[in-house]
Design a protein around this ligand. Structure first.
Ligand code: NAD
Length: 329
């Protein structure tokens, strides 16, 4: 760990974490010894600008020359927000499978609105994958976090700007999670399966950082941003439905992925999600059918490019199926 900080030419690392992982961050700071200027443990989901400003004050007060982000996408997001504003280098130690550590993308919220920026300064310089640090990730979060990463891969397969390498990475990322998540559900401390899942996170995150996303990410962004649904869980519920929807226009692009899940991408992903205990229904997040009408409006305004043309009626139907939690056709 010390060598990662030193490899960046840095001597004053600020360790970042969520309140939940504060003790782990303090232990890491202790291990860094003189290379650490302390811990900021206020990271929260969706990177609110107010939290970034508090962290920036600590960066200035401590004269930190790099950040070390220990945690999931929320902590990585805070490190990226600091780097975007200061150009400080980042070391990221991911403890979920969200994949943010290998993208130059920052999603942040201000005044209840979530915006996304893509910039070279946001891409972390060093990533350390250590499966032992993911052993404490609860099974439910391991499952939803893995499905969150898999959504990057599925959308990468039909991205307009995909290339042969992004397609290979996406398929191997899906395979890695297909093989590792069922093992983790039965044996959460299976280190080899944890390592395989982190490998999948790296692959799927790299796909997200390389090619454009489409309808699935737009809908999840809408539900999370406007209805405050939980991030990874929303991806988990939506993925079989958006994949089934887009398979009508991208059957060839999704063929190899469908084969990984028994032949049908939507139904196969839904069966897989169900078999590992993932949430299956938007209803369980407290959304009402009236919310679905509003979400349809938001998701169809300024839509992202999508392989299958979208219209209000088809998106409303798709959301209804995800709300009810039925298996997609
Ligand atoms: P998270 O970082 O919010 O973590 C959820 C909770 O689990 C936190 O309390 C965290 O401290 C805890 N946790 C994390 N790892 C743990 C472990 N190993 N053991 C015990 N507890 C642990 O969840 P997430 O799903 O990783 O991140 C979601 C955020 O990441 C969202 O804001 C999303 O927008 C963002 N994201 C960004 C990108 C990108 O490229 N910009 C990609 C994916 C996700």
């Amino acid at each position: 760990m010390s060598s990662a900080v030193e490899s960046l030419g840095c001597r004053r690392a600020l360790v970042l974490a969520t309140p939940h992982q504060k003790a782990d961050a303090e232990a890491l700071s202790d291990r860094l010894g003189a290379l650490s200027v302390g811990v900021f443990s206020g990271a929260v989901m969706h990177t609110p600008v107010e939290v970034t400003e508090k962290a920036l004050k600590v960066v200035r007060d401590t004269e930190a020359d790099c950040v070390v982000s220990l945690g999931g996408g929320s902590t990585t997001g805070l490190g990226k927000a600091i780097a975007y504003r200061t150009d400080l280098p980042q070391v990221v130690i991911p403890t979920t499978y969200a994949g943010s550590e290998v993208t130059p993308i920052l999603g942040q919220t201000e005044g209840g609105r979530k915006t996304t920026v893509r910039n070279a300064s946001i891409l972390p310089e060093v990533v350390i994958y250590d499966p032992d640090l993911t052993l404490g990730l609860p099974v439910g979060m391991s499952v939803t976090s893995g499905l969150n990463a898999m959504a990057h891969a599925v959308e990468g397969l039909y991205a307009r700007d995909r290339n042969p390498v992004s397609t290979l990475m996406a398929l191997d990322g899906l395979r890695a999670f297909r093989d590792s998540l069922p093992v983790l559900v039965k044996s959460p401390e299976a280190t080899e399966a944890r390592a395989e899942a982190l490998y999948g996170a790296w692959l799927c995150g790299t796909v997200l950082g390389t090619v454009g996303m489409a309808l699935h990410h737009k809908i999840c962004h809408t539900l999370g941003g406007s209805f405050d649904t939980p991030h990874a869980e929303t991806h988990a519920v939506m993925l079989p439905h958006t994949a089934a929807f887009n398979a009508e226009a991208a059957e060839q692009e999704l063929k190899a992925a469908a084969e990984l899940f028994g032949g049908s991408i939507g139904g196969g992903l839904w069966d897989f999600a169900k078999s590992i205990g993932a949430p299956l229904s938007l209803k369980d997040f407290g959304l009402t059918e009236a919310d679905l009408d509003r979400a349809t409006n938001i998701a169809t305004e300024n839509p992202y490019w999508n392989p299958r043309p979208i219209d209000r009626a088809s998106i409303r139907t798709l959301l209804q199926k995800a709300w009810e939690g039925v298996r997609p056709d």
